[in-house]
Design a protein around this ligand. Sequence first.
Ligand code: GDP
Length: 217
Amino acid sequence: MSSEIEIDVSPEDLETGRLLFAKECTFILGAVKMEHIPITDLPEIAFAGRSNVGKSSLINALTRRKSLARTSNTPGRTQEINFFSLDEKLMIADLPGYGYAKVSKARVQIWTRLVNSYLKGRPQLRRILLLIDARHGLKSSDEDIMKMLNVAAVSYQIVLTKSDKIGKGALEKLIEGINKKAPFHTALHPEVIATSSRKGIGIEILRARLAKLTEQV
Ligand code: GDP
């Protein structure tokens, strides 16, 4: 199965995205505490999603690297925010995965505290990409994060992952369902982008959108 949803994007934006993401992307550091978060005024985009949603695969596909982002946020490992600099023009923040069933309440608290202080102390954060597995749709843990982002008033956009796993009809239905919930989520950006790191679907569009956000002042 392979599903592609049409999104309007200009050839100029595609080219800008292609050029930006052709540049070097380097790992900066992993922060377990707010004090460790890099001090920079580069525009920043953060990636969030449930464990196993395909976040590392997507970051690697965007940056054309095989193992830039590792599944470092698997349960049991340190929960940290990993920072990558793309050509010293865009900072990419990879937030620790959430929603893993076996995680203790204490760990959820650590996650929430770290992410909340990050959201509050990051004025250069242009958008959060909230990754949702196309096969599963929005889970209650995703909705919890959406509420948190609405309260923090941080603009976020839903990016569907693994869209090669479902058909076009199911994908359209999923997007329709998300759009229906949009009015209840004040900080949600209206565009949903369907991607597949495996098949390369939606990657160029996402690059174009991120490059555009980098340009804005
Ligand atoms: P993370 O925990 O969110 O960083 O997830 P990973 O990137 O490690 O991916 C979790 C699993 O999903 C791995 O087995 C990947 O091979 C698989 N996966 C990731 N992206 C895709 C995709 O686009 N399509 C399919 N079919 N599988 C994917």
